[in-house]
Write a protein that binds this ligand. Structure first.
Ligand code: NAD
Length: 343
């Protein structure tokens, strides 16, 4: 693997490890950003990248993001991420092998689902290591697919930034996958008007069945709405899209929504309120973390319900200090990490 310590996305990462197996035909990267607050937790993303460097960039950025997300959510976990950029034909065998490789990391990294990975994949990993989460449990124990919890956290955040109610409000949802569709369901039940877009026709259709108005994927961020909710992939807020945004508030699930740091200032300059992604989308990792440490579903529910009040506090702090919301959030996290390192 290329030298990650000189990579532009390197940010003091503790370790970056190549995983995979040539005979099985799979390859990936585990990035461990920080274990200051606990084992590094973060999902397994399966994606096709044009170049191996793009996969490394994603692993570095996403693992750092997990450190910030977990610290912000007050979880006893650090930040890590796996990116699998090549999947072999025998998926189960690949994930079992990957389980062995996660085990060899000795608990510095705990795997779970992210884009492209399923509960079955986690079960295959679990046959080889205990350092995995995201597997359904019984008897009120936390566990299983984390995305409904992410949807709930996003929904409650959307509701809060809109002043406590979504009834009659128009929400533009970009990406109606696991989280986006769950969000659409909660919003529709509450009387919101939905505008939706997805590159996957099947995923789009089920959101349309909820009453959502479908628009082109290239236009969803431009439609006139009360709130724009990015729930597809990252970097959707950038120099090209920000001038075109049709809503005064952005609040969604996608990781790394700002393409570059300055995009936060670009949003601010347009008077658009940006709910920092990692504050809003912590529901899934809250469930994953609770499962790993053996908490109950009730504890997960309580932690997820703390997201929206936390978001409002971050937005207030940003306003009071005249900084962007993500700068305010980052400052809170850095303080927490520094305190943990000192302790
Ligand atoms: P998913 O794969 O189920 O859904 C993503 C959806 O986005 C898919 O339907 C896909 O077709 C669609 N999409 C891709 N490119 C698009 C485009 N250009 N325009 C419109 N739609 C597009 O994934 P998910 O689990 O719902 O996650 C969505 C986002 O939320 C990701 O950024 C993920 O990292 C983030 N997130 C997910 C969780 C979780 O619990 N699953 C937790 C935190 C953050």
């Amino acid at each position: 693997m290329m030298n990650w310590k000189t990579h532009p996305s390197y940010d003091g990462h503790e370790d970056v490890v190549a995983v995979g197996d040539e005979a099985l035909g799979f390859a990936g990267i585990v990035a461990i950003h920080s274990t200051a607050l606990g084992p590094s937790g973060g999902g397994v993303r399966i994606w096709n990248y044009a170049r191996e460097d793009d996969a490394l960039t994603d692993a570095l950025r996403l693992s750092r993001g997990m450190t910030y997300k977990n610290a912000m959510a007050e979880l006893p976990m650090g930040g890590g991420k796996t990116v699998i950029y090549k999947m072999g034909p025998d998926r189960t065998a690949c994930f079992e092998k990957f389980g062995e490789q996660v085990d060899a990391l000795g608990g510095r990294y705990v795997a779970a689902e992210d884009v492209g990975a399923t509960v079955n994949d986690m079960r295959a990993i679990a046959r080889k290591t205990a350092y995995v989460s995201g597997i359904p449990k019984e008897g009120g124990q936390a566990g299983g697919d984390p995305s409904p919890w992410t949807s709930l956290g996003v929904y409650l955040s959307v509701k809060s930034v809109l002043g406590g109610s979504v009834a009659g409000r128009t929400i533009a949802v970009q990406g109606t996958g696991a989280v986006g569709f769950g969000l659409c369901k909660l919003l529709a039940e509450d009387g919101a008007k939905l505008i939706v877009a997805d590159v996957n026709a099947k995923n789009l259709e089920r959101a349309v069945a909820l009453g959502g108005q479908a628009v082109d994927v290239d236009r969803i961020h431009t439609v006139s709405a009360d709130l724009f909710s990015p729930c597809a992939l990252g970097a959707g807020l950038n120099a090209r899209t920000i001038p075109e945004l049709g809503a005064p508030i952005v609040c969604g699930a996608a990781n790394n929504q700002l393409e570059v740091e300055e995009d936060g200032a670009r949003l601010q300059a347009r008077g658009i309120i940006y709910a920092p992604d990692y504050v809003v989308n912590a529901g899934g990792i809250i469930s994953v973390s609770a499962e790993y440490i053996g908490e109950s579903e009730a504890a997960v529910d309580a932690r997820v319900r703390a997201i929206a009040p936390r978001l409002m506090k971050v937005l207030e702090t940003a306003k009071a200090q005249n900084v962007t919301p993500h700068q305010a959030a980052d400052a809170i996290v850095r303080e927490r990490l520094a305190a943990a390192r000192k302790a």
